[in-house]
Ligand binder design. Sequence first.
Ligand code: FAD
Length: 434
Amino acid sequence: MANVVVIGAGLGGLPTAYELRHLLPSEHTVTLIAEHPQFTFIPGLIRVALDLEPIAHMQLPLAPLAKRHGLELVTSRVTHMDLQAQQITVADGRTIAYDYVAIATGPGLAFDQIPGFGPHGGYTHSVCNASHALEAREAWLAFLDDPGPLVVGAAPGAGCFGPAYEFALMADWILRRKGIRDRVPITMVTPEPYTGHLGVSGVKNAKELTQGLLQKQGIEAIDNAAITEITADQVILEDGRRIPQRYAMILPAFRGVQFIHQVPGLGNDKGFIPILPTHQHPQFPSVYALGVSVHLAQPDKTRVPIGMPKSGQMTEAMGMAVARNIAVALGAVAGSPQVPTLEAICFAEFGDTGILYVAAPVIPDPVTGQRRYSYAVQGPWVVWAKTAFERYFMVKMRAGSAMPWFERLGLRLLFGVDLVRPQPPVAPKEVASV
Ligand SMILES: Cc1cc2nc3c(=O)[nH]c(=O)nc-3n(C[C@H](O)[C@H](O)[C@H](O)COP(=O)(O)OP(=O)(O)OC[C@H]3O[C@@H](n4cnc5c(N)ncnc54)[C@H](O)[C@@H]3O)c2cc1C
């Protein structure tokens, strides 16, 4: 019978594989291809880098999970796809045939766009994957012994800004508790048109709350900033400003991972995968994509280019729609295809306080420019909620459960957010993102 393959066992891929297993009868195989033997909860990596939690709290071994929950696991990196033959090649040389594939490979990191950028031969640290977070942690511990200027921010083209704010404000909180904040000037450098934009314009209260917090904590913020070079002790901007740094954590622009660039027709010029509203590839009906790997256009025209954030919860919603749509295509589930609503909630942790950002949906209506609603609220409870959510997410990944009914109900009752809805009538060739 059918083999449905999920590539990538991250925040999108693992729940999608679980949901497929839940929806498909046992004669169909669900194969999960993972380049690393562990699942990593990426949002927890800031706490790892700042030495607040061990990496073990953010990881789960995939082999026992796959065995327990009925997934075929292939632990190797995908290096090639033959879209005509519907075949995937992995780094150890194996080939895997698929009837449907869901690509959830997350971001490729564009450190090569700026000289001196990134942890591999450059002068900045990163929290974008587990090995980066561990390297950042080693450097952070050395920095605490010999502190100096701290620069945190994002490069031109970045779309993921929340982690930069979290890193800057959590670092501030740690440095104050250690009594060394006066020795660490902190600068936030961002391509956003204003601090608190976070890639999503016009979220009610977001600008005021975020800027108020940075100001209160004495963090200098430079917006509309284009970093052009990084040296061992400076972050250099397009306008010639040179910001001293002894430690810098700068988020890169994202693009698709390597193999997507090499498969003709699979991705766009940045390696992001174009999708129909159902998250099916417009040219290759057996291919679906979700999470950071998909192309979502940034509706705002900004002076310095920025990307579109794809949060964990948006990614999960995409995964639920993809799993259902593949099950519908295989005739295993009755009903119409679904589309993710992209109504997003994001808990940002800032030490002893936090901000909850809600945008429903993230991309405003292209005709009216309006959302159903959006808001930001601040309070210490956001930190507790984020910690509780992290624990809950790891429990459900252990349990093999993607998005239980009570989570969907809770999101609707507490935040008015729905994850998926039936596909509205669309012209056959309409593309969600161009
Ligand atoms: C530091 C940080 C903090 C964040 N904090 C938050 C937050 O607080 N809240 C929130 O909602 N979102 C947050 N996000 C965003 C969130 O992490 C992403 O939305 C989410 O991880 C996207 O899921 P994904 O499955 O697309 O990618 P990932 O979770 O990155 O998973 C991709 C997986 O694919 C694997 N892979 C890649 N290439 C291959 C290949 N060739 N073969 C096989 N496997 C491959 C990778 O190893 C990885 O395991 C944060 C992001 C970062 C970087």
